[in-house]
Design a protein around this ligand. Structure first.
Ligand SMILES: [Zn+2]
Length: 318
């Protein structure tokens, strides 16, 4: 398993924001400490503006360089453009691994699946997975499927890939929930909304249906938006999945026997490192074993409070 990360992705934070550096730093620590899954560590590839322009407007890329907040949960952190580009570079490195039939996971922040062509939103600035899917198409892959099991609808991926030849999007997500889209299919974008509090068994049934339709598309490559916020202990939504279910996601994707790569999206509980490990063990064909990795690491102390307070964040509204 190739894990792509960069320690600089922990260099920005906003007090009280759920999309925090410890999501990645604690996950890296756990993956370094465990011994069940052999890992090759790697870094993001550099990213040309031309690659970004396949998915985003020039105005959006220029605005990313400015210090203007996009919305209250997607602030303009110092050098957010650099952080966002490295996240894209992680997805591109993961794509390269898939092309040589190696499993890979881009473990970086910020996430990407809410970023639309011209707008950063929902903690996302650039559409990491969508950009990688378009890069795969440009490199000659005829059919690329994006599978998104983050609990939120990947509205940005959908907006970028809608009607793109050779691309199809399959998303399972809670509805109603942020961002309020993804209620029904749209041409090459297939949406599987689930009600809050769905049983694990029924959640898997919906996921199986999504994966069956993905299979019918006959992709040559699967890009996975791997979000871990459908976990029962996640603070942002109301689903009930457990470690076993994320291991199952990894296993069923592996069984498709199609080149694939995965990119971290959401997941805001303290169990995120263990949930990622469970998923990666599933992808690698290993049994679920997150207990042998030792006790959980203490959360890092919060960064000192900034000079502005977070106003009523949407993630407390659902
Ligand atoms: Zn999410």
């Amino acid at each position: 398993m190739r894990i792509i990360t960069d320690s600089r992705c922990a260099d920005y934070a906003y007090p009280g924001h759920p999309e925090r550096p410890a999501r990645v730093t604690r996950s890296v620590q756990l993956l370094r400490r465990q011994s069940s899954l052999p890992i090759i560590w790697d870094e993001p590839l550099p990213v040309d503006r031309e690659i970004l322009l396949r998915a985003h407007t020039a105005e959006h890329l220029d605005r990313l360089e400015s210090q203007l907040d996009f919305d209250m949960d997607t602030p303009a952190y110092p050098d957010i453009a650099g952080h966002a580009r490295r996240s894209v570079g992680g997805a591109l490195r993961a794509l390269k691994s898939a092309q040589s039939r190696e499993q890979s996971f881009a473990l970086l922040r910020p996430p990407g699946h809410h970023a639309t062509r011209d707008r950063a939103m929902g903690f996302c600035y650039l559409g990491n997975v969508a950009i990688a899917a378009l890069e795969a198409r440009a490199a000659g892959v005829d059919k690329v499927a994006v599978f998104d099991f983050d609990v939120h609808h990947g509205n940005g991926t959908e907006a970028i890939l809608l009607d793109q030849p050779g691309c199809a999007f399959f998303s399972i997500h809670q509805f109603p929930a942020y961002p309020g889209t993804g209620r029904r299919h749209q041409r090459n974008c297939h949406n599987y909304p689930v009600a809050p509090g769905l049983s694990r068994e029924d959640y898997r049934k919906v996921a199986e249906q999504a994966l069956e339709e993905l299979r019918l598309f006959k992709p040559e490559l699967i890009a996975v938006s791997a979000g871990f916020d459908a976990y029962s202990g996640d603070p942002l939504c109301q689903q009930l999945l457990e470690h076993e279910d994320f291991h199952w996601f990894g296993r069923v994707l592996r069984e498709m026997a199609v080149p694939m790569f995965s990119v971290l999206e959401g997941g805001y509980s303290d169990q995120l490192p263990e949930l990622i490990l469970a998923y990666l063990q599933g992808i690698a064909g290993l049994p679920l074993d997150v207990a042998s990795s030792g006790p959980a690491i203490e959360e890092e102390p919060a960064t000192s409070a900034g000079d502005r307070e977070l106003e009523l964040p949407w993630w407390q509204a659902f």
